[in-house]
Write a protein that binds this ligand. Sequence first.
Ligand code: 1GP
Length: 255
Amino acid sequence: MKSTYQRLLDLRRQSGAGFLVLLDPDSASPHELGLKAATCQAAAVDAILIGGSLMMRDGFSEAVTAVKQNCKLPVIIFPGGPTQLSADADAVLFLSLISGRNPQHLIGDHVVAAPVVKRLGLETIPTGYMLIGSGSPTAVEFMSDTRPLPPDKPDLAAVHALAGQYLGLKLIYLEAGSGARSAVPVEVIAAVRRWVDLPLIVGGGIRTPDQAAAAVEAGADFIVIGTALEGQASSDDVARFADVVHRAGRGRSKR
Ligand code: 1GP
């Protein structure tokens, strides 16, 4: 069977860009997350990310199971910590926080998680996770005890991503932080795109379809949205984002 990573690569090749929705197990019950996953599938979302930085509620595994049971999309864990693992997911982003200098997020948590991942038989996608400053402190910045890269230094972001590529990472995730005041600047996305060939995920603080399209046009392969699609967001809202990302991706692949 095709790996989840291969499915992402195929998606990038065939569609130019993909749209991912982040489901936070703290934001809703497993039942509600399952319903949301079904909506995502109907709205042409390409994959689900699931994870959260706090885990105020119990039941991470139950949330993953509910999401998996309610859609056929790839379900990828985006872990807020080494305990957020579940055999029901298709893969886990095995994150190295390469914008920071905190050894816990470069190797410490990985050692804790590795034997559990092995036991669960989960596919890992080695991911260079990079925090980009967004104008005010975010939960991920506080929780990870790292400083984000300055948003007005695109070259600095580019060389971090390139180092990640040379270290053998398979994906770069440019993150402004969930609910960030400002999304990752297009200049940062474009600089990273010029320097690395790896699939590029961009998320954090994207609130409008126009912002999502601009990120794809700048070079993002996958757009992630969480906050803007939580709560009262309708399936039309989800579909609108998916449509814009796919159109921008097709436009890019024609160039
Ligand atoms: C956060 O990139 C994701 O890790 C999504 O961010 O919640 O701001 O959409 P938002």
